[in-house]
Design a protein around this ligand. Structure first.
Ligand code: CO
Length: 330
């Protein structure tokens, strides 16, 4: 083609630079301090007056303290229905028991992916590590209408089973769910087709991760600071440099093909979480998330009638646990 036939920009106006499918940061959430369970201090980014949910994610809590009185009261017996809860530990331990016969302890680097389905009761009791510290995250992932009343299920994955990808530039990525550089995550077969990565970048490092178009994507910065939503072409300055986010912050991304993060002078560590939105109506009440108010009323009635939980555990019959609306709900 002759040069003079090529389309050109009007003089004095540059074409908008191509972001190369990079997702921009649409919202920045500063976590709110809340008291949950029997008196646990934590920082909440989703399920607040500011941000009710980001389909399919219904709640995101960051708990962490080196003061045991902040967390020892724990989360005594409480029910769940209609969702999945994902607990990822950084420090300390959590003892857990439930109505389908699971009991155990999860510690640093472990993940517990619990599908509450049609009904589970469980207890989550934090224990301090050797340095009194306890910390981690809990994410709630919605279930579609067809799976809300399904059989409860656990995927308990120990730290040693979670694959790690170490790149030449010093990036270290723990793949809880999803795929990085051909390495598949430990948690699989989840309806929302989620990705859950724990990414640590050294100062000067960068990270690019494809996320399917149409999927919700968010990042939670918990150590250091980084620039999120950086454009593909770093030759430009300005908004294409992304948004500088110091810990603790959550970035909710707009649509696109890839998420880009750059660490400048400080290292950064963040979770990258993505999943397929359900686009269904949401009716939530404490630990239940259903599609309609009527289904919430049914959940409360089932609790009253003692027909709420799946009864896989014979011991459950002998150690009846109760829960009252308005008490510990996470
Ligand atoms: Co719970």
């Amino acid at each position: 083609m002759d040069d003079e036939l090529k389309p050109t920009s009007p003089p004095g106006r540059a074409d908008p630079p191509d972001r190369g499918g990079s997702r921009v940061v649409e919202r920045v959430i500063t976590p709110q301090a809340v008291m949950e369970g029997a008196g646990v201090r934590l920082m909440r980014s989703i399920a607040t007056p500011t941000l009710d949910y980001v389909d399919p994610f219904l709640l995101f809590d960051h708990f962490g303290s080196d003061e045991p009185t902040d967390y020892l009261a724990g989360f005594p017996w409480h029910p769940h229905r209609g969702i999945e809860t994902v607990t990822y530990m950084l420090a300390g331990e959590v003892d857990h028991r439930d109505s389908i016969g699971n009991a155990g302890r999860i510690g640093p680097g472990d993940v517990q992916w619990m599908t509450a389905g049609g009904g589970i009761m469980h207890e989550e009791m934090p224990q301090p590590g050797p340095d009194r510290r306890m910390g981690g995250f809990q994410l709630w992932v919605n279930l579609p209408a067809e799976l809300k009343m399904s059989r409860p299920r656990y995927q308990d994955v120990g730290a040693a089973q979670i694959p790690e990808v170490r790149r030449d530039d010093g990036a270290l990525i723990r793949v809880v769910a999803g795929e990085v550089d051909g390495v598949r995550g430990a948690v699989r077969e989840i309806y929302a087709d989620p990705e859950y990565l724990d990414v640590a970048l050294p100062a000067g490092g960068s990270f690019v991760q494809p996320v399917p178009r149409g999927h919700t994507a968010l990042a939670y910065v918990f150590v250091g600071e980084g620039r999120f939503g950086v454009a593909g072409d770093l030759g430009y300055r300005g908004e294409l440099d992304g948004v500088l986010l110091p810990a603790p912050r959550m970035a909710v991304f707009g649509d696109g093909d890839v998420v880009r993060v750059v660490a400048d002078t400080s290292p950064v560590r963040f979770l990258l979480v993505s999943g397929k939105p359900l686009g269904e109506p949401i009716a939530r009440y404490g630990p239940f998330v259903m599609n309609t108010r009527e289904e919430i009323r049914l959940a409360l009635r089932d609790l009253q009638d003692d027909t709420f939980v799946w009864r896989d555990d014979p011991a459950w019959e002998r150690s009846r646990r109760t829960w009252s609306p308005g008490t510990a709900s996470r």
